[in-house]
Design a protein around this ligand. Structure first.
Ligand code: HMG
Ligand code: MG
Length: 312
């Protein structure tokens, strides 16, 4: 396979990036205005898809308790999809009522992780998604699917490419228009990533698959290179590498959007997203959360705008 000429970058920071944020900068909870300002700044970078929030149980993920206020408070751009993660019908109803442009359902290729994350088996999760997908279809809202633990599970260890392929195909056959493959704990390596993708893409077209790699072991950019070479053209990433999964101990953030953009530039692949604006946004949110910027490219280049920390 050849490298794609264009990659769609799906920005994860307002959801995956913040869902596990425990920074004491704001006494634990990131204020809704900061989330909205982050989404606003991201909307100015050229992104076309931002996962803005998740409509999950606030008992399970307190940081997303203001999903409705976030979704309703966005200064929308017509060309940008603001999507929401939903585990069940209740979440989907709330997301649609709050005007999510797209919803996403999430399962995994590991039974143990699915139990910890959404308190049911893989099969039960797929059954739960049936009415979610039907509801979304009746509103003409596209549904994205996620499969977690595609390159390893924090509870079960190794995960077979065949199981990843099975769950991915089920979600695709159920009507998800795109399936994002999550290396939830970032333990994958380029060869494993390639083998997993080879198995999955036998059943689901490559252009319907996204790479969602966390960078816990520092392998995400290498893994992305490997799957780009296989033909992947949709990448999930998070500005400043924000994030981690609340039900995957030790998992660090998604690969940093800035680092992905730099990789794509080097490969001559278009994304339509402005690296400098992304770097500025990454420094802004890192300052607000009082965390070290997790983008290697941002740290290497330094602040492009010396006022970034004081302009908002
Ligand atoms: P449960 O406890 O089995 O569900 O949780 P339940 O139906 O018994 O409900 C428990 C309570 O939650 C009830 O409230 C429900 O009303 C409420 P109570 O009666 O006790 O007051 N509830 C809800 N409230 C708001 N919105 C909802 C909702 N559903 C129920 N949608 C459940 C099951 C799925 C709800 C729970 O396990 C959950 O919310 N899990 C979410 C976990 C999560 O968000 N994990 C992180 C996202 S996944 C991820 O990060 C991976 C990904 O990035 C890819 C990768 O990296 O691999 C996507
Ligand atoms: Mg994730």
């Amino acid at each position: 396979m050849a490298f794609p000429t264009h990659v769609k970058l799906v920005e994860m920071s307002p959801r995956d990036g913040l869902q596990n944020e425990s920074s004491d900068a704001f006494g634990g909870m990131v204020p809704t205005e900061i989330k909205l300002e982050l989404i606003h700044r991201l909307s100015n970078t050229g992104l076309t898809h931002i996962e803005a929030a998740s409509f999950v149980s606030p008992k399970w993920v307190p940081q997303m308790a203001d999903a409705k206020e976030v979704m309703q408070g966005i200064q929308r751009r017509e060309n940008i999809i603001y999507s929401a993660l939903t585990p069940n019908l209740k979440g989907a109803e709330n997301a649609i009522a709050a005007q999510a442009n797209e919803i996403a359902v999430f399962s995994a290729a590991s039974e143990a992780f699915t139990q910890k994350n959404i308190n049911c088996s893989i099969e039960e999760s797929l059954t739960r998604f049936e009415p979610v997908i039907a509801l979304a279809k009746s509103h003409n809202i596209p549904v994205r699917g996620y499969v977690s633990t595609v390159l390893g599970c924090p509870y079960q260890g190794a995960v077979s490419p065949e199981e990843v392929a099975r769950v991915t195909k089920r979600l695709y056959d159920m009507g998800c228009y795109e399936i994002s493959l999550g290396d939830t704990i970032g333990t994958g390596t380029p060869l494993n990533a390639k083998r997993m993708l080879e198995a999955v893409s036998r059943d689901v077209p490559m252009n319907k698959l996204a790479a969602h790699f966390h960078d816990t072991y520092g392998q995400a950019i290498g893994n992305l290179y490997a799957v780009l070479e296989e033909g992947i053209s949709i990448i999930d990433a998070s500005v400043a590498g924000l994030g981690g999964c609340p039900y995957a101990q030790g998992a660090s953030g998604n690969v940093a959007s800035e680092d992905v953009l730099y990789l794509l530039q080097g490969l001559g692949i278009e994304s339509g997203v402005d690296l400098e604006k992304m770097i500025e946004t990454g420094y802004w949110i890192s300052d607000k959360l009082k965390r070290k910027n997790g983008s290697k490219v941002a740290l290497g280049k330094g602040r492009t705008n010396p006022l970034a920390s004081t302009c908002g």
